[in-house]
Design a protein around this ligand. Structure first.
Ligand code: NDP
Length: 283
């Protein structure tokens, strides 16, 4: 039976360590501060933002929430970002995506000061990642690396296959894996003979959003399987991209959905906010 890579347990531990760090920073006069901009009233975004705020408050990170109306113009949004870029008390800036249609996501993300780009989505952050310089990286890939690390699963020299090439999961994870000396293949919807490829993986990461896409026949015996996907089924339950019941007897380790990668994502956002605050103190 596969080892359960428990993101709930690991993220709790990380958050409690962060809380201590935050207390230490506060004693030195620095309160880590995350500014969150939410434009419009997308229900899923509201839930995500609320969860981020709640976690921040729990560990003593100050979260500043800016709710802008659906019809906000590009100029207004850019002005808000510019104001936060200038604010010396703000460590991290996050613009919740997706944005309403009239706004150009690329332009908005590019306008965030790369040293405050806590989501790691800006081209400067991505460039730093791929040149293996210190940088903030997207929270989900960061969380996946932290989860592997917590279970002492070393990626060095391992064959890693990542299914999904989005800017928020697949691509940045590939960069992190390469930086940690893994041998990486990125697969996507145009990949031929995907199963043959995934069966070669020592570490298989699936981030596509297709429930139960990966069955036992797509997994090498003993492999570590990271299930990033979250889809809500007709039954109202959350489903991953991996058919956990089928894969569990084959894999060496597996993340549950929910309770695997999800909780690690928010903990990683907090970890990187605190990291940015430390830079404020130490330069
Ligand atoms: P995107 O829709 O941006 O990207 C999906 C990727 O999967 C694309 O690269 C696409 O290929 C590929 N893909 C889709 N169908 C197939 C297929 N049948 N075979 C092979 N590749 C396929 O998704 P995200 O990266 O944003 O999210 C992926 C999943 O992860 C979602 O379920 C999302 O909810 C979840 N997620 C979970 C997070 C967490 O914290 N747990 C955080 C972020 C996302 P192509 O590029 O060719 O179109």
């Amino acid at each position: 039976m596969a080892t359960r890579l428990d993101g709930k347990v690991v993220s709790k531990r990380i958050l409690s360590e962060l809380q201590q760090t935050v207390t230490g920073l506060a004693q030195q006069g620095v309160t880590p501060t995350l500014a969150v901009i939410l434009v419009g009233s997308d229900p899923a975004s509201q839930v995500y933002v609320r969860n981020k705020q709640r976690r921040a408050e729990e560990i003593g990170v100050r979260s500043l929430m800016f709710k802008l109306p659906e019809e906000t113009s590009q100029k207004t949004l850019l002005a808000k970002v510019a104001e936060l870029n200038q604010d010396p008390d703000v460590d991290g800036i996050l613009v919740q995506l997706p944005l309403p249609k009239q706004l150009d996501e690329r332009v908005v993300i590019n306008s965030i000061d790369p040293d405050k780009d806590v989501d790691g989505f800006s081209p400067v952050s991505v460039g730093r990642l791929w040149t293996n310089e210190p940088t903030v990286v997207a929270s989900t890939p960061y969380g996946i690396m932290a989860l592997l690390d917590a279970y002492q699963i070393d990626v060095t020299g391992k064959r890693v296959v990542i299914v999904g090439r989005s800017n928020i999961v697949g691509r940045p994870l590939a960069g992190l894996m390469v930086n940690h000396d893994a041998t990486v293949t990125i697969a996507h919807s145009k990949t031929r003979d995907l199963k043959a490829l995934t069966r070669e993986a020592d570490i298989l990461v699936v981030a596509i959003g297709v429930p139960h896409f990966i069955g036992a026949d797509a997994v090498k015996p003993g492999a570590t399987v990271i299930d990033v996907g979250i889809s809500r089924g007709a039954d109202g339950k959350l489903h991953g991209d991996v058919d956990a019941d089928a894969v569990e007897p084959v894999a060496g380790a597996l993340t549950p959905v929910p309770g695997g990668v999800g909780p690690m994502t928010i903990a990683s956002l907090m970890a990187q906010t605190v990291e940015l605050a430390k830079r404020r103190l130490h330069g």
